[in-house]
Write a protein of this length. Structure first.
Length: 142
């Protein structure tokens, strides 16, 4: 699903999960990634994300691809690829798949270091993981 990268406009990162989907947004200049929201996984998820894409004037979407440490792709990767395809079709925006290994662990560690309580960490983990995915994407695009 590679497509040419745009150089303008916000980028939305999607951290797919079977229960929740974490979202993060960049600023219009593509410098900073910030946690944005969590949407429930399910049949309405693509429509909800498409609404956000329109409202926030998102130019591109990045979807985290869960790859095993050995490089293998399991059912989570298949689901992420299907979500990426549905988002590309549903929004008309370019969608990029990026390796998301260690992003949840990185997000959890950052929240622990920031002093976030366990309840807060649980509630924000998916969107913080999406912001880690997005920040990596933004840095690799420079």
């Amino acid at each position: 699903m590679p497509s040419p990268r745009s150089e303008r406009g916000r980028v939305l990162a999607v951290d797919p999960g079977s229960v929740r989907i974490g979202l993060a947004l960049s600023d219009p200049l593509r410098i900073v990634a910030q946690p944005f929201a969590v949407v429930p996984a399910g049949p309405d998820a693509v429509d909800e994300i498409a609404r956000i894409v329109t409202e926030r004037e998102v130019a591109e979407i990045v979807v985290g691809l869960p790859i095993g440490l050995d490089g293998s792709e399991g059912s989570g990767a298949v689901a992420a690829r299907e979500l990426a395809k549905a988002l590309e079709e549903g929004t008309g925006r370019p969608v990029h798949l990026v390796d998301e290994r260690f992003t949840t662990r990185t997000a959890e560690q950052a929240m622990i270091e920031g002093g976030a309580r366990r309840r807060i960490r649980r509630a924000r983990r998916d969107q913080v993981a999406a912001s880690v995915i997005l920040q990596q994407f933004l840095e690799s695009s420079r």
